[in-house]
Design a protein around this ligand. Structure first.
Ligand code: NAD
Length: 520
């Protein structure tokens, strides 16, 4: 009875669609005690899973992929409703990413994590093996901008590495994470495994903090501010943390660039997901000679975008390109950045306001010109549909301005000369740089992705993206079984002399010297 009363009084989060502002569901707020209990259940579940062979885990993850595909329509609709995305983006960005992640890590986990033999350069009498041991229970703390990718998508490599996972989704988009986890939990159950291999604890920052206090590792994606708080808290227990934080990604357009492709990329790269993308184009530096032409194309393409709600549009006439803004505070940040820019002399060439005729939280795709680095729009992460374009004299100035940022997540360079572009890309301070492309760095699951400077310290994808969910254990085993080693007791003059001869013979340069050291 007491338990039932407690459940009735439990606080919950009301979830409203950003497209309509109507309530679409609720999620419970997990207390620190409940988080602790979830971690204990996860730890127990992990003992079975971590002992399984890669081939067995692969079979189960590929079955989860099929189940996700089978229920994809339900998932797509929920993402559109909960995050306000256009349907096309829910398919291409969210479901496609998770289906690919399940395939990639199911198949590649063995390649990245099978024990590696090391051949010692010195201690030839030893056999050395590096093992990748799962950490136990991985806590994933996620943002709201990609509610499936950042929760389920991030859980996949951690699971493939043999861990149990607990997801703390954003309080703004927990329903998608719950549905994604339900599909995986059903899969585990169908294979006779504990469902608690994947759990979701919904709630606010306090729930996330409790997870930091209990889990064996934290994979955090979110703002720089929260990332620092989590790193500090995890440091109290010396628990490893990977941090995927914000960005202020520059796009450098040189005068020999294909302006048709570059302008289309700028518009998509800035307005996709309403600009709520950590690697969206947040600032453009374009060479004077082509600035007018480039800007004209960008404005034309921006004005042609369709904005609104698009959950189940099937025909092109009812589709939209730009959806709503998921997080109420983010639209205020956008307004503040545009206001500040205009007050300091920026010109609004398109948009510049909330969409007046739409019922939900929409900000019009906005293009700004005459911007400079005194403005917030060129300094702080806007995370909204605004594309500020700054003219520069030349490549050097563009590079210097691109690197004048506390962020370093991603960037792009545009030029007709690819090798010049790659040289310039190598001088941009960012974890990934595209040449004549945008955003795609994060889609290359085979290569590491992450930031430098305040954009974070973790890497998702590739070998580091899965190895971060393990700890390296080294097994050193003696090959010959001598009665004693040279460096063991007792210490003797004869032993020292022998040691010095060995040192000289190994480390002296030149054959003559080596021989003299050995025999002379
Ligand atoms: P946020 O930092 O506000 O919240 C992220 C998560 O942390 C949420 O689940 C939140 O409940 C939780 N949280 C908040 N306070 C906490 C605390 N004290 N302890 C533990 N957990 C806490 O970020 P957001 O607004 O949800 O997401 C937007 C940010 O995410 C942007 O800065 C964006 O650039 C970044 N992001 C980065 C990447 C990347 O790969 N680098 C990807 C997506 C988003």
């Amino acid at each position: 009875m007491a338990q039932r009363i407690q459940q009735q009084q439990r606080s919950s989060i009301e979830i409203c669609s950003p497209s309509t502002l109507e309530k679409i569901g609720e999620a419970p707020v997990y207390t620190p005690d409940e988080v602790r209990a979830a971690v204990e259940r996860g730890r127990k579940a992990a003992t079975v899973w971590s002992g399984m062979r890669f081939a067995e885990r692969r079979r189960i993850l590929l079955d989860a992929r099929q189940r996700l595909l089978d229920r994809s329509e339900e998932v797509i609709r929920l993402i559109c409703n909960e995050a306000g995305k256009p349907r096309f983006e829910a398919v291409t960005m969210e479901v496609a990413y998770c289906v690919d992640a399940l395939t990639f890590y199911a198949k590649q986990a063995r390649r990245f994590l099978q024990p590696q033999r090391v051949s010692p350069h010195l201690l030839k009498t030893k056999k050395v093996t590096v093992r990748y041991v799962p950490r136990g229970v991985v806590g994933i703390i996620a943002p709201w901008n990609f509610p499936l990718v950042m929760t389920l998508g991030e859980a996949v490599p951690a699971l493939a590495a043999g861990n149990a996972v607990i997801i703390k989704p954003s309080e703004w988009t927990p329903l998608t994470a719950l549905l994604g986890a339900e599909i995986l939990r059903e899969t585990f159950k169908a294979h006779g495994l504990p469902e608690d291999l994947l759990q979701v604890v919904t709630g606010y920052g306090e729930t996330g903090g409790a997870l930091v206090d209990e889990a064996d590792m934290i994979a955090f994606t979110g703002s720089v501010r929260t990332g620092k708080l989590i790193a500090e808290r995890a440091a109290r227990r010396l628990v490893p943390v990977s941090l995927e934080l914000g960005g202020k990604d520059p796009m450098i357009v040189l005068k020999d660039a294909d302006l048709e492709r570059a302008s289309s990329a700028a518009v998509w790269g800035a307005f996709m997901n309403s600009g709520q993308v950590c690697i969206s184009v947040e600032r453009v530096y374009v060479e004077d000679a082509v600035a007018e032409d480039f800007t004209r194309r960008v404005v034309e393409k921006t004005l042609a975008l369709r904005q609104g709600r698009d959950v189940d549009a099937q025909d092109d006439a009812s589709r939209v390109d730009v959806g709503a803004m998921t997080f109420p505070k983010q639209i205020e940040t956008v307004e503040q950045h545009v206001r500040d820019a205009v007050a300091r002399g920026a010109k609004v060439l398109a948009g510049g306001r909330r969409a007046p005729d739409l019922p939900g939280r929409y900000y019009e795709p906005t293009v700004l010109a005459d911007v400079d680095h005194s403005m917030q729009i060129m300094q702080d992460e806007t995370f909204g549909p605004v594309l500020p374009i700054m003219r520069v004299r030349n490549e050097q100035e563009a590079l210097q301005l691109a690197n004048d940022s506390r962020y370093g997540l991603n960037a792009s360079v545009w030029t007709g000369d690819r090798s010049r572009g790659e040289d310039l890309a190598a001088r941009v301070e960012a974890g990934s740089v595209c040449v004549n492309d945008v955003i795609t760095g994060v889609a290359v699951t085979d290569a590491p992705f992450g930031g430098v400077k305040e954009s974070g310290s973790g890497r998702r994808h590739g070998a580091p993206g899965i190895r971060r969910f393990t700890t390296e254990q080294v097994i050193v085993s003696d090959r010959f079984g001598l009665k004693r080693e040279m460096i063991w007791y007792p210490y003797t003059a004869k032993g020292e002399k022998l040691m010095r001869r060995v040192l000289a013979s190994i480390f002296s340069s030149g054959l003559g010297r080596k021989l003299r050291a050995m025999f002379g």
